[in-house]
Design a protein around this ligand. Structure first.
Ligand code: TPP
Length: 589
């Protein structure tokens, strides 16, 4: 909350029947349930900040707009509501770009409100406008990834643009919408009743009865069917329905990175993640399936082993039925026997109901095979879960994290060993507790997204598991967490470099030039824990494997944000699948 006196925004009335637009906008945002806005100030948005400061909406002031966008993204994932970002024009808008694009690629509902240059400066190349070759057009930078970009040219159009933004960001396949507002419009007069329309309640698309019957009959008759769950199953909160369907017809479940958590980690029909960083049993069952029913997934490259039929999916001869919120995803990468546009929860609920008590083909020793497959793969690293070595094995870090964080606590990753290792090896039992940047795989997501997660779910633990590369992209998150009073934990896996890419370069070129942190030829380490202490937060340097567990327990119990820095061996994550970039690299003489 602002420190400003809680005066009512009605005081800003300028003349009968009209009020300043920024106050009306703020009241509207309150009315439709916006609790928090993440952003960074600039001269184009202080009119709105003044109104926000007098409202119930909390404004979290970040020190980089990318942080604001990732935090809003994390808030949206953990709350189920759209994340809201407030950004200045020019460098603010371009800074936020990566975070907004990351949300877009992961289908996260988000509304970005950006202040722009005054409307009457069109064509004069005013201060901080991104122009040169196009005038009054900087919002177009967001065009390729936003569901819609609105440029508000008249203040009378502001209410409609805002209502459309909240509607579109959530309807169908969720994603970000930008509303670009010339700054003079925030301060213009608007009829007091201008903000009338609220986003409509939406009935979601369901499967028709004949399609339900066709899919259930196909699953029951198939010899080796697989259910393939993407992030759409998690965001639709459809995991109970998926579990019921899998149980009823005894169908194994494979998933994407974002689909992790779709089935309880101990469920005997869980195959695990598919693709490059997947599990062998998941890839094998997907590759040899006679029928795959995919729900809420793009069948994207990493989880499909670059669509190479030798590794993860071999479609055809495998038959594919694909259910998704977005018709554009159907048939993109694989020939599809049947596509259906439907909400994952409604679709899986209907399929599970139709499957109950239905006879299905014998699945033979399926459960034993899955158990054996999972155990034999885990045997590759099981012993590392208790390794005492220092610098720590990454698997030991996962083990301590799983022990310390309650089942309903959030694990927010970045990219690197953290994402790949958690996706592959870390047991998730409560759906929605694994939060990760998948489509854009943005380094820098985790440290910021965890802020929004904690804001949305203050009573649950929130730990960002991140590399030192990812953490150092924007350590200003510590100050923001302090200011916003968010006691999050950043667990920094420190291998003194961009380890994943260093490993890739070493594999192909025999060295890791440009990927490690070095000074005068020696490894260069930054004391991130000291950085945290300098911000008034807690900072802990873990000096032995045994010290990590207690450090985590203390951090989770603390009422201040904590950075835990732990030295880690740069060990590669196992890659049972395929990524064809590995066929591209060529080493010269
Ligand atoms: C913004 C951005 N830049 C570059 C990359 C490419 N990239 C993928 S993983 C990675 C290394 C991450 O290093 P770190 O956070 O230290 O984790 P580690 O790989 O060491 O586990 C990089 C640079 C990326 N994904 N995102």
């Amino acid at each position: 909350m602002s420190t400003a006196a809680p005066t009512t925004v009605a005081r800003a009335q300028t003349q009968t029947g009209t009020r300043i637009a920024s106050y009306l906008l703020t009241e509207y945002l309150e009315r439709i349930g916006v609790e928090v806005i993440f952003g960074l100030c600039g001269h184009t948005v202080i009119a709105l900040l003044d109104a926000l400061g007098r409202s119930r909406i909390r404004f979290v002031s970040t020190r980089h707009e990318q942080v604001a966008a990732h935090a809003a993204d994390g808030y949206a994932r953990a709350s189920g509501k759209p994340g809201v970002v407030l950004s200045h024009l020019g460098p603010g808008l371009t800074n936020a770009c990566t975070g907004v694009a990351n949300a877009a690629l992961d289908s996260i509902p988000m509304v970005v409100i950006a202040g722009d240059v005054p409307s009457y400066y069109h064509g004069r190349h005013p201060h901080q406008e991104v122009n040169l070759h196009q005038d009054a057009d900087q919002f177009q930078i967001y065009r390729p990834f936003c569901k819609r970009v609105y440029r508000v040219n008249r203040v009378e159009d502001l209410p409609r643009a805002i209502e459309r933004a909240f509607h579109l960001s959530q309807a169908g396949r969720p994603g970000p919408v930008l509303v670009d507002v010339p700054m003079d419009l925030f301060s213009a007069d608007l009829a007091v009743d201008a903000f009338q329309q609220v986003p409509a309640a939406m009935a979601k698309p369901a499967l028709d009865a004949a399609t339900v019957e066709r899919i259930v009959a196909a699953l029951a008759a198939a010899e080796r069917p697989v259910l393939y769950a993407g992030g759409g199953v998690i965001s639709a909160r459809a995991t109970d329905e998926l579990t019921a369907l899998a149980d009823a017809l005894e169908v194994p479940v494979a998933h994407t990175l974002m689909g992790k958590g779709c089935l309880h980690a101990d469920h005997p029909l869980l195959l695990g993640q598919s693709g490059f960083w997947g599990t062998p049993i998941s890839n094998e069952k997907c590759r040899t399936a006679d029928l795959i029913v995919a729900i809420g997934t793009r069948l994207a490259e990493a989880n499909s082993s670059s669509w190479d039929p030798r590794f993860t999916f071999s479609i055809p001869p495998t038959r594919l039925i694909h259910i998704d919120a977005d018709e554009a995803e159907i048939g993109r990468n694989y020939p599809t026997e049947l596509g259906a546009v439907a909400d994952a929860k409604l679709a899986l609920g209907a399929l599970a109901a139709a499957a109950r008590n239905r006879t299905h083909r014998s699945r033979g020793r399926l459960r034993e095979e899955i158990a054996r497959g999972r155990t034999s793969f885990a045997a590759n690293w099981d012993h590392q879960w208790t390794s005492d070595q220092f610098p720590l094995r990454p698997e030991r870090i996962l083990a301590e994290l799983r022990k310390a964080v309650p089942d309903d606590g959030f694990i927010v990753t970045d990219v690197g060993w953290n994402k790949n290792g958690v996706g592959q090896q870390f047991p998730i039992t409560v759906p929605g507790t694994f939060i990760t940047p998948s489509g854009l795989a943005t380094m820098g997501f985790g440290p910021s997204a965890v802020l929004g997660v904690k804001m949305a779910q203050p009573d649950r633990a929130a730990v960002a598991l991140i590399g030192d590369g990812g953490f150092s992209t924007n350590p200003s998150v510590i100050a923001t967490a302090m200011e916003a009073d968010l006691p999050v934990v950043w667990l920094v896996m420190d291998n003194a470099g961009f380890g994943t890419i260093a490993g890739l370069e070493t594999m192909h070129y025999g060295w890791s030039y440009g990927c490690m942190f070095e000074r005068c030829g020696e490894p260069y380490r930054v004391d991130y824990a000291a950085m945290a202490r300098a911000c008034g937060a807690r900072g802990v340097n873990v000096e032995s494997a045994a010290a990590l567990g207690p450090a985590l327990q203390e951090a989770l119990a603390a009422d201040l944000p904590t950075v835990i820095q732990v030295a880690m061996e740069n060990a590669p994550t196992p890659t049972p699948g395929h990524w064809d970039i590995n066929d591209i690299y060529r080493k010269g003489e």
